[in-house]
Design a protein around this ligand. Structure first.
Ligand code: AMP
Length: 190
C-alpha cells in the first residue's frame, strides 16, 4: 500500500500523472484543486469562499483547505492508500498533514516532485487557457501562480527531502515517457 503526494508547479502535468499513478498503484487520487473546482461549480459555501482566491491565482486559506483535507482523509477509500495531488502547498499544511496522519497511525511513504522550466510552463498554461476559453487565466495570474509555487511550495519539498522520501522527476516530455520516469523513481524511494 502506498501513501504519497505529487507536487509540481502549475502546468507540470501533475493531474495527468496523478491519474496514471493512482491507476497503476490501485490507490485513490485526491486533488484539492478538483475538490475546490467542484465546489465552485456547485456554488457550495466552500466554493463561494474559495472562488476569489482561485481566480486571483492565490492559495485558499490554510484553515479552509486543512479542514477539507482532514474530512476527506476520514473516508473509507483511503484505507488502501492514497495519492494527494496539490496538498500540502505550505509548511503549515505539512504540519497539519503530519497531525492528521499521526492521529490515524499512518505516515507518508513517498513524495513525487515534478519539475519543469518556468517559461515552458507559462507557454503551456497560456496555450491551455486560450484553448479552453479561460480568459481569466492571464499571463499575470499564471506568473503569480508560479511565483507562489517557488515561494511557498518549494519549502514543502525541502521539508520532505530532509526525511529522505522525495523522488524528483523531470516533467518535460511525452506523457508516457514521464509516467515511466515516475514509476522508476518511485521504486527508489519506497
Ligand atoms: P490546482 O488544480 O492544484 O492547481 O489548484 C487550483 C487552485 O485551487 C489553486 O490555484 C488554489 O487556489 C486552490 N488550491 C488547491 N490546493 C490548494 C492548497 N493545498 N492550498 C491552498 N489552495 C489550494
Amino acid at each position: 500500500m502506498t501513501r504519497m503526494l505529487i507536487i509540481g508547479p502549475p502546468g507540470s502535468g501533475k493531474g495527468t500523472q496523478a491519474a496514471r499513478i493512482s491507476d497503476r498503484l490501485g490507490i485513490v487520487a485526491i486533488s484539492t484543486g478538483d475538490i475546490f473546482r467542484a465546489n465552485v461549480k456547485e456554488m457550495t459555501p466552500l466554493g463561494v469562499e474559495a472562488k476569489s482566491y482561485m481566480d486571483a491565482g492565490d492559495y485558499v486559506q490554510d484553515s479552509v483547505t486543512n479542514k477539507m483535507v482532514r474530512d476527506r482523509l476520514k473516508e473509507a477509500d483511503v484505507e488502501d492508500g492514497f495519492l494527494l495531488d496539490g496538498y500540502p502547498r505550505t509548511t503549515a499544511q505539512v504540519d497539519e498533514l503530519d497531525d492528521i496522519l499521526a492521529s490515524i497511525d499512518q505516515q507518508l511513504d513517498a513524495v513525487l516532485q515534478l519539475t519543469a522550466d518556468d517559461e515552458e510552463l507559462v507557454k503551456r498554461l497560456l496555450g491551455r487557457a486560450a484553448q479552453d476559453g479561460r480568459t481569466d487565466d492571464t499571463e499575470e495570474v499564471v506568473r503569480h501562480r508560479l511565483d507562489l509555487y517557488h515561494e511557498k511550495t518549494e519549502e514543502v519539498v525541502s521539508k520532505y527531502a530532509d526525511r529522505g522520501i522525495v523522488a524528483k522527476v523531470d516533467g518535460i516530455g511525452g506523457i508516457d515517457e514521464v509516467t515511466d520516469r515516475v514509476m522508476t523513481a518511485l521504486k527508489d524511494v519506497q
